[in-house]
Design a protein around this ligand. Structure first.
Ligand code: 5GP
Ligand code: ZN
Length: 117
């Protein structure tokens, strides 16, 4: 299921270009257009879910496949030894701007533990 007006569905469809770093049958990973860290990759299910809550409730196996791709991307980017942060913004009030579930994989820089900024 895709939504024609969804930015990330359009990236999955190849209608909008992206720097893809990994692709599986069910997931896609590509670099964020406005990186917040030296490594900033977005990992999405190819199927449209509005956010990680809808994804986890609607297709837990697919949610697991997204996490498996997160792990593969982190290793490929050399972050598995140093550490990385995974963020799923869920809702406009915490900064979600694209309503197609996506994991931000961030790394390559020291981060403190403040998650509320
Ligand atoms: P959110 O704020 O919804 O958690 O994250 C959306 C992310 O998508 C932002 O970090 C933003 O920079 C990124 N983004 C927005 N438009 C595009 C685009 O056209 N291509 C790519 N690669 N990233 C995008
Ligand atoms: Zn979508």
């Amino acid at each position: 299921m895709t939504q024609p007006d969804c930015l990330f569905c359009r990236i999955v469809a190849g209608e909008i270009p992206a720097t893809v770093v990994r692709e599986t049958e069910t997931t896609l990973a590509f670099r964020d257009i406005a990186p917040k860290a030296p490594v900033h990759v977005l990992v999405i299910p190819k199927e449209h879910y509005a956010d990680v809550a809808a994804l986890g409730a609607g297709d837990p196996a697919l949610a697991g496949e997204v996490l498996a791709t997160v792990a593969d991307v982190a290793a490929a980017e050399g972050l598995d030894g140093t550490g990385f942060r995974v963020i799923f913004n869920t809702g406009a009030s915490v900064g979600q701007t694209v309503f197609h579930a996506h994991a931000h994989v961030l790394g390559g820089v020291e981060m403190d533990g403040d998650l509320t900024g």
